[in-house]
Design a protein around this ligand. Structure first.
Ligand SMILES: Nc1ncnc2c1ncn2[C@@H]1O[C@H](COP(=O)(O)OP(=O)(O)OP(=O)(O)O)[C@@H](O)[C@H]1O
Ligand code: SF4
Ligand SMILES: [Mg+2]
Length: 323
């Protein structure tokens, strides 16, 4: 008898986020997202700049601005993150049940306090560690994120972008939250540190936590992700096992295939054209204007069925990377 599948850490259904703009216009930043994250799983969310990745993460943390309207649900252990009140989110969710490595760490660090003092405060709040153990605990937290202990007494403005990134990662790991959202956690890091950072995130997930890794770095996604979700113009257009996506048969959505083909080790050809404005999305497939396979059927919105939202998914096997 097979064991029943463990319940997901996070279950997202029909998640949409729209921003109300002046003059009655709307920006559709996330449209109808649907995915689960299982215990021990890492899902990499990839896609061009502006497609809605960070807005999706902000929605899960209740950090959207006042002009945002949300729909759908995002269940984390019975709590709907989209409808939870601010008090619940502040006291029990952020840091404790959902950790965030923010995309702009400098903006999330407190400018007037050293990294050490911010780590110690977070440790006191989330783990109850007290002096004299606090100092060693802060140093251990820094080391987990490859933040050099010799720089702990620096203020955020004295840190390079890469160091601020590592400080933010160290802070995000402290609460051992069941769900970790890492939004571009490797920006500004060299390849070796990218690998170390994503390996640490992966280790952190272990068997019972889950990681949503938002990244432009497909090599980092390939290194640690179990599944890959590709977002285009606010929608998840493909969701696939990482080994199928990066190996054979390869991505099936023409946009996702284009992302891989744009890599230097493949064809190194960028996808032609630009994504549409999120305030003026077409009725049908939003990729049609850039897609060589578009025809009249693409004037209707393709549903995400069998992991791909396309009327004519790619069937050719992905070519091996250039040696
Ligand atoms: N407060 C806001 N009001 C209106 N539009 C917004 C607001 N915040 C974000 N947007 C828009 O939502 C869209 C998605 O933004 P988001 O930051 O999620 O992109 P992203 O995929 O994370 O991009 P990047 O890879 O550059 O980080 C963008 O078009 C952005 O301009
Ligand atoms: S639905 Fe049509 S336009 Fe959209 S990606 Fe598929 S083939 Fe291209
Ligand atoms: Mg972003």
């Amino acid at each position: 008898m097979t064991a029943p599948a463990a319940s997901p850490v996070l279950s997202v259904r029909g998640l949409s986020v729209r921003f109300r703009m002046r003059g009655g216009a709307h920006v559709a930043a996330v449209t109808d997202a649907r995915f689960d994250l299982a215990p021990g799983e890492c899902l990499a969310l990839v896609g061009e700049s502006g497609c809605g990745k960070s807005v999706l993460a902000s929605a899960l943390l209740g950090l959207l601005p006042g002009n945002a309207e949300t729909a759908g649900s995002a269940l984390l252990g019975g709590l709907d993150l989209l409808t939870a009140d601010e008090r619940t989110l502040a006291r029990t969710v952020r840091g404790r049940r959902v950790g965030l490595v923010p995309q702009s760490p400098a903006a999330h660090l407190t400018p007037v306090r050293t990294v050490r003092s911010q780590l110690e405060e977070t440790l006191r709040e989330l783990t109850g560690v007290r002096r004299p153990a606090l100092r060693a605990a802060a140093e251990a937290a820094a080391e987990r994120a490859s933040f050099p202990v010799g720089h702990l007494d620096r203020y955020p403005h004295q840190l390079s972008g890469g160091l601020a990134q590592r400080a933010a990662t160290a802070l995000a790991l402290i609460g051992d939250a069941p769900l970790l959202l890492a939004d571009e956690p490797t920006t500004g890091l060299d390849r070796e540190l990218v690998d170390r950072t994503v390996d640490e995130l992966r280790r952190h997930v272990g068997d019972d936590r889950a990681l949503l890794l938002i990244t432009h770095d497909l090599a980092a996604a390939r290194r640690i992700a179990d599944r890959v979700a590709v977002m285009y113009a606010s929608r998840v257009v493909e969701i696939a096992a990482a080994e199928d996506f990066f190996g054979a048969p390869g991505p099936r959505h023409p946009y996702a295939r284009g992302l891989l083909d744009a890599l230097p080790e493949r064809e190194f050809t960028p996808i032609p054209g630009m994504p549409p404005e999120l305030s003026a999305l077409p009725e049908g497939c939003a990729f049609a204007a850039r897609c060589a396979g578009a025809d009249e059927t693409c004037g209707t919105q393709p549903a995400l069925t069998s992991g791909v939202a396309c009327h004519h998914p790619v069937t050719a096997a992905l070519e091996a990377p250039r040696a």
